[in-house]
Ligand binder design. Structure first.
Ligand SMILES: *Cc1c(COP(=O)(O)O)cnc(C)c1O
Length: 400
């Protein structure tokens, strides 16, 4: 038997592709024993093993850092990992983390279950907090923000909270999945910007990835060391998909934000709609804060239906022709998702909607989408009453 060696593909100056090269690797090879033994020193910049970075993933990291206004990014296999990994790296038993009540559900789950089990004190702040002064302790090490919040799109006063956190030596992490491409959160005091690239960066619902971005080199090294220790990396093929998405980020967001704004104005005029949430809309209660932190909206609009009975809500949603039912927005297709927020809040606050309908506008023409919604709202109003229909649209909560 004779072995067939794999073909070698030398880099060629004669071939100049317009698109970035995709590098796939587990093994990378070294010149000599000394450089092999010194490979750990290449963790932050060079190349030592496919898991820790390839020219393709490093190029993506640079592009993402530029979009976020940071200096260094670390790509990880999901947006969720971009939040959980810094939390694990920066917290130890006995420390306290303060988490915004409106964070992405799995972020909440990670804090409330795993971090607590590992001896971290977890407290939730109201979704629209402008101060955490009363919650800070001498063990506060991390504050996790998400503005606008998942489903309900509240905005925390990021700058005020960051300066309070820094005064006790705590770091501030903000989930910037919503604002990717339309914000500069480091300028408001955020230390770690965590973004699900699965959403608008990739933009086509075909890849899961996240990015952790910082401005501080020492913090970068601490986080990169932790991510490497946890064994997380991304493939060159997935990195390529996100780079391709980035090329159209601005044009997609411009269209999607315009359609969502038109839809939120339209929704406000419909009967059966108790409240519309889209902070990019000047009529939204969060618009002043939005204008301070974001330069553009996106394709998301949520609304609280007057009727809160599941039968009527399902009649509205299941009959939609142009909105597919699904999570993970940020692609080119329009989506609808229903959430019960009454189970997802712990901080005392004024009113929490129960069922919220979240719409994500893709890049399709907006008129047919609004017609589809009009028919859906008619079904909502006309549906026969089901047992839970007595439930109020808003209920007050103060638990935990
Ligand atoms: C989707 C999402 C995430 C998680 O991203 P995945 O890549 O799906 O893990 C985190 N935060 C927010 C706000 C999200 O919308």
């Amino acid at each position: 038997m004779s072995a067939t060696p794999p073909p070698q593909v030398p880099a060629s100056a004669a071939f100049r592709s317009l698109t970035p090269a995709v590098h796939r690797a587990s093994t990378v090879v070294f010149e000599d024993t000394a450089s092999f033994l010194a490979r750990r020193s290449r963790l932050f910049d060079g190349f030592s093993y496919g898991l820790y970075g390839t020219p393709t993933t490093r190029a993506l990291e640079q592009a993402v850092a530029a979009v976020e206004g940071g200096t260094r990014s670390i790509v990880v296999p999901s947006g969720l990992a971009a939040i959980t990994q810094p939390a694990l790296a920066l917290l130890a038993p006995g420390d306290q983390v303060i988490v915004a009540d409106c964070v992405y559900g799995p972020t909440r789950e990670h804090s409330a279950s795993l971090l607590r089990r590992w001896g971290v004190r977890v407290d939730f702040m109201p979704a629209e907090a402008d101060s955490i002064a009363g919650m800070l302790t001498d063990r506060t090490r991390l504050v996790i923000l998400e503005s606008p919040g998942s489903y309900s799109l509240e905005i925390q006063d990021l700058a005020a909270i960051a300066s309070q956190a820094h005064a006790v030596g705590a770091r501030v992490l903000a989930d910037n999945t919503w604002g990717f491409g339309s914000s500069r959160l480091f300028e408001h005091g955020v230390d770690v910007v965590s973004t699900a690239l699965s959403k608008y960066a990739a933009g086509h619902s075909d890849v899961c990835m996240g990015a952790i971005t910082v401005r501080d080199e020492a913090l970068f090294r601490q986080l990169k060391t932790a991510v490497a220790a946890m064994g997380l990396g991304v493939s060159g093929d997935d990195a390529y998909l996100v780079m391709r998405g980035l090329a159209t980020l601005d044009v997609r967001l411009d269209i999607q934000a315009a359609h969502a704004l038109e839809a939120s104005r339209w929704l406000r005029a419909q009967s059966g709609v108790a409240r519309v949430m889209n902070p990019a809309d000047p009529e939204d209660g969060g618009h002043a804060r939005f204008a301070r932190y974001f330069s553009r909206g996106n394709g998301l609009v949520s609304f609280v239906p007057e009727r809160q009975d599941l039968g009527a809500l399902a009649a509205m949603i299941d009959g939609l022709q142009r909105f597919r039912i699904g999570a993970s927005w940020g692609g080119t297709e329009s989506l609808v998702a229903l959430a019960d927020l009454s189970t997802a809040r712990s901080a005392p606050q004024r009113a929490v909607p129960m069922y919220v309908v979240r719409l994500h506008f893709g890049v399709e023409p907006v008129e047919p989408l609004l017609q589809d919604l009009a028919a859906g709202l008619a079904r909502l109003r006309a549906a026969p009453a089901s047992p839970a229909s007595a439930a109020p649209a808003e209920k007050s909560l103060s638990i935990d």
